[in-house]
Design a protein around this ligand. Structure first.
Ligand SMILES: CC(C)(COP(=O)(O)OP(=O)(O)OC[C@H]1O[C@@H](n2cnc3c(N)ncnc32)[C@H](O)[C@@H]1OP(=O)(O)O)[C@@H](O)C(=O)NCCC(=O)NCCS
Length: 375
């Protein structure tokens, strides 16, 4: 579509430049720093892709080991963050807890108010390292258990599983989780990344920008869709209920969570990987029926409405097969996207100009002042 200065939802508007990721919505292409997601997903790890995103090149084996060790050594939260998580009301959602924890870390970070490139990189590393710890700590606390200290000998995804569940998962589960983090890492000027860049462009600090990103991701039209998609699959429950469910959803013009995308007009390339993973993992977990329901929904929604699954749809059954609690799905999305958010804050600060669009005023004009006693 032609870019318009007043396009609703800024559809088609090119707001600025980035060297981090490229999307071709017509062809279904996603590229991180020049590398196609189809080449990265089967070969690279999440942290390898974070290194790529921040440095613009793939790490050597030695660089990757050092980077992984550096991130692993930074997983521990400041005690203030644990104290605040402990005091949150028990019905606080994990996304609200993550938003709060990221904000509290911004009060104790030694580089909090320093926007230099060096300080931003140090903060970015701490945030990537600590998002899993924040999510796992809150998950333990809300269940009446004490948070577990990180174990730097474990990989990024594996240690998250251990800290959240209290026991290590399998290598296969950690590898699957790691791949979803890679797929969630970056995606152009999506809503949460754009929110981060708007905040960074005021010369707001890294933590402030990232807190804004978590807030934007929380909504069900963005990251919240992966949890909503799983709730829908559980509500459908059996393959024979999927048809009537869709009939009434179509009749009531309800949005199906995990379908549709502002940019992709063809298959979301991340969904290609997640569909395959979902098929495999649901089979291993004895949960094939949710994959079959998903395929049924995809066939009909794509066939009848021309709307395709996005990154969140098949990710739902991947996480369900891994036994992850549904309300952690969106925080886990944030565990991946934090690498992108922090990369975008660094890119914005490196060549900054305030982001300040105009609004088309559609309200009233020329009204006469009425004193308060005459209204
Ligand atoms: C992602 C999303 C917000 C993109 O929104 P958008 O670009 O503003 O597109 P719109 O909401 O205007 O949708 C365009 C049309 O497709 C329909 N549509 C889009 N997504 C749909 C969905 N998930 N289910 C049913 N219909 C959908 C809309 O109803 C609309 O139809 P209409 O023109 O007849 O009114 C939207 O597809 C959506 O809400 N999806 C569900 C939430 C989700 O999965 N989000 C994660 C995104 S990665």
């Amino acid at each position: 579509m032609t870019a318009q200065s007043n396009a609703k939802g800024l559809e088609g508007v090119v707001a600025s430049e980035t060297s981090l990721s490229f999307i071709d919505g017509q062809e279904g292409i996603l590229v991180y720093r020049g590398y196609d997601i189809h080449d990265l997903a089967p070969h690279a790890s999440f942290l390898e892709s974070v290194f790529l995103l921040w440095n613009g090149r793939l790490p050597t084996r030695g660089e990757l080991s050092s980077f992984e060790a550096e991130i692993a050594g930074q997983r521990g939260l400041d005690p203030t963050t644990i104290d605040v998580l402990r005091r949150l009301p028990s019905d606080t959602t994990p996304m609200a807890a993550l938003r709060t924890a990221a904000s509290v870390e911004g009060t104790t970070d030694p580089d909090a108010e320093d926007n230099s490139a060096e300080a931003n990189l140090r903060k970015a590393k701490r945030l990537v390292a600590r998002f899993p710890t924040m999510i796992a700590a809150y998950h333990r606390l809300r269940g009446g258990a004490e948070p577990l200290d990180p174990d730097a000998s474990l990989g990024h995804a594996a240690d998250f599983v251990r800290m959240a569940n209290g026991e290590p998962g399998t290598d296969e589960a950690a590898a699957a989780l790691d791949r979803t983090l890679l797929l969630y890492l970056d995606h152009g000027f999506n809503a949460s990344t754009f929110a981060c860049r708007v905040i960074a462009a005021t010369l707001g600090d890294m933590h402030s920008a990232v807190v804004g990103g978590v807030g934007a991701l929380k909504g069900s039209l963005h990251g919240g869709a992966n949890a909503k998609a799983m709730e829908m699959l559980l509500e459908i429950g059996e393959l024979e209920h999927a048809g009537p469910f869709l009939d009434s959803a179509f009749a009531e013009k309800r949005k199906i969570m995990g379908f549709g995308h502002r940019v992709y007009k063809t298959e979301d390339p991340r969904a290609t990987h997640l569909r395959e993973m979902s098929g495999e993992l649901t089979r291993q977990a004895g949960l094939e029926k949710y994959y079959e329901i998903s395929r049924y929904l995809e066939d009909r929604i794509t066939g009848e409405k021309g709307i395709r699954p996005n990154v969140d749809f098949y990710c739902a059954t991947v996480y369900y097969s891994l036994g992850l609690p549904i309300d952690l799905y969106t925080p886990i999305f944030a565990m991946g996207r934090i690498g992108g958010w922090s990369g975008h804050v660094m890119e914005q600060h490196a060549d900054n100009r305030l982001i300040r669009p105009r609004a088309r005023y559609v309200g009233e004009m020329d009204r006469s002042w009425v004193p308060i006693d005459e209204r």
